[in-house]
Design a protein around this ligand. Structure first.
Ligand SMILES: [Fe+2]
Ligand SMILES: [Fe+2]
Length: 314
């Protein structure tokens, strides 16, 4: 029988530093390698795009719709990494003195997120080269980061943990096993995943460290802040689903009936909510960590907010 060895926190930080050094990669030399995106192949797997559920689209249209979602997928990560980097740099100040492995782990984490943002800008530019003009992603990462960072650190760290946990699941359960994906697109998320494996350990360490300093009232406000952040994410997803389907309609090569496109926009929103909200919120590790920190009543408030979103999707 395998037994999980429980390492002391100081050892976990040191192990994250070692792992970060071992997987260190370069955008051009390791990921891009002179390749371009294969527009004849899928970008995102069906398990994330849910595009198979859309019976009205031809196979080529499904591929195009999935590629649009893949482009948005890369852009969403570039977006959230702006506030994640800022928050990690801020809380990293607590480690200036003392455990230098913890300081190094968070410095490397921030450095990696800056590299990820550069990678996703590079990929957006490459997708722009192979896809028709007119795609829009009008969300300003600084503006979003300012709004997110106005909430309590506890809530921002819970949101960050949620994101970095679903990144891992998306890659290992959907992206990695799909043989039909663009090799380059797949590699982007392979290299991203290599770093996120350490990040998620650090997210939990920092969240639990912060949580131990909070009063009941502060944690309770943190729960409200987290719910507000999830709803703010949803607002971005609602707008992007509409923009992405307008882009699809303009370039799918036929006159698409408005009723069909309204349904497709609903389907895109359902996929986006699955990708960025529910696949993380239902992650067993996420739920276990949350339940460790908050009361059943507080957990119930989060569940109720998510259930309301889910009802409005279906
Ligand atoms: Fe990242
Ligand atoms: Fe990360």
């Amino acid at each position: 029988m395998n037994t999980m060895v429980q390492l002391p926190d100081a050892d976990k930080y040191a192990r994250c530093v070692r792992a970060s050094k071992a997987v260190r990669w370069d955008i051009e030399k390791d990921v891009i390698r002179g390749r371009s995106l294969e527009i004849s192949r899928k970008f995102l797997p069906d398990g994330l795009t849910l595009i198979r559920e859309t019976a009205s689209l031809s196979d080529a249209e499904k591929r195009f719709a999935g590629q649009i979602q893949g482009r948005t997928y890369a852009n969403i990560f570039g977006l959230v990494e702006r506030f994640i980097t800022a928050k990690l740099l801020e809380i990293g100040q607590d480690h200036w003195l003392g455990n230098q492995h913890a300081l190094e782990a968070l410095v490397r984490f921030s450095d990696e997120e800056l590299k990820h943002q550069a990678l996703f800008r590079r990929i957006e530019q490459m997708m722009g080269e192979v896809m028709p003009a007119g795609y829009r992603f009008d969300v300003d990462p600084d503006q979003v980061a300012r709004a997110v960072l106005s909430k309590s650190s506890w809530a921002v760290l819970v949101l960050t943990l949620h994101i970095e946990l679903f990144v891992q699941n998306h890659y290992s359960q959907s992206i990695e096993p799909d043989a039909e994906l663009s090799d380059l697109f797949k590699d982007v998320f392979l290299f991203h995943w290599k770093d996120e494996c350490q990040h998620v350990v650090l997210d939990e360490l920092e969240l639990r460290r912060l949580d131990a300093t909070l009063t009941q009232d502060e944690r309770d406000r943190g729960v409200d802040d987290f719910i507000a952040l999830v709803l703010a994410v949803d607002g971005i997803l609602q707008a992007q689903a509409k923009d992405d389907v307008s882009y699809f309609a303009a370039h799918c090569g036929r006159v698409a009936p408005s009723r069909e496109m309204e349904n497709l926009a609903k389907q895109f929103l359902k996929a986006y909510r699955w990708q960025y909200i529910f696949s993380g919120a239902t992650h067993p590790r996420f739920q276990a960590i949350l339940k460790d920190m908050i009361t059943p009543a507080q957990f119930g408030r989060i569940e109720a907010a998510l259930a309301a979103l889910n009802r409005s999707t279906n």
